[in-house]
Design a protein around this ligand. Sequence first.
Ligand code: NAD
Length: 316
Amino acid sequence: MRYLVTGGAGFIGSALTNQLVKDGHEVVVLDDLSNGVRQNLAPNVLFQRGDVNDVPRLWSLLQDVDCVYHLAARVSVAESLLYATEYNQTNVGGTVSLMEAMRVANVRRVVFASSGSVYGVQHEQPVHEDDIPEPDSPYAVSKYAAEQYVRCIGRIHNIEAVSLRIFNAYGAGQPLPVSHAPVVPRFLQQVLTGGSVVIHGEGSQTRDFVHISDVVAALVAASTASDVDQQVINIGSGEETSISELATAIGTVTSKRVHTIYPNTEKSGGVARLVAEISRARTLLGYRPQVDLAEGLARMLREDHRFSQRRVPAYA
Ligand code: NAD
């Protein structure tokens, strides 16, 4: 099959693209490299640097494409609090541009990378796809709005549309920006450099950490599964882990003593609890998470050159 992966030079997009290429597919990547890295991709990927809002470019890239994976987005909840306009322009506007271009190009299916953050605060855990979303950041609103556009334009123009609500993905190659770094690589770096693990909030807030290989397996399955048109599907581990438990697990896997500090800061730890109910993914995608947190952290230590001595490219 021939795929277009938007945001394909990013953390999840590059892991997905490299898997599709290994499986023998043709893959075109569109990425503006605002957060992605060209070198993440296998050499035989057709790479185009560009913006997902560039409709004429999309028309040409979509020729003969069977399925689009739409991952291009700005991805920081914290940053979105300050840049709501930009988040709307890329995450919502970019999705509408892509769906409009797909309509013209006659593409069969789109798989959209949505987010578990759309649920916001929910009293019942684990969260189920039928729960009413309460997105509480511009990022979460943008992912929910994009889901709605994917469904609506897909339904009107006969494009099969499926949204995967990915929870806290982690793994080798995850970006580690100076500000707003995701919690898993940030804690690993803090522990391995002998620093203190900084926990915002009390450490009791929970998340669903899902290993990149399980996310990629779900994305791959979503491009060919039957009965997924118009669906939203949770992709998590189904396991609830507190931030304090994560810090302890990182101490265990690194064999380092973890010094924890809880700074006197107004920055909250986000929603108190979030864990995915994953039975829909099991039924529709045959999804079975394979990598638990201990194994996932051990793999990250082995495979990520920032945390190990390994010096081979991510696609090898
Ligand atoms: P990432 O930042 O590594 O990947 C996003 C990619 O999109 C980057 O390579 C970036 O350069 C590119 N991009 C940004 N704006 C663009 C634009 N206007 N045009 C073209 N490319 C653009 O982030 P990620 O963690 O790999 O996330 C990938 C997708 O999965 C995103 O849509 C994100 O919302 C979603 N998601 C991620 C997680 C997670 O835990 N990582 C959880 C839920 C959902």
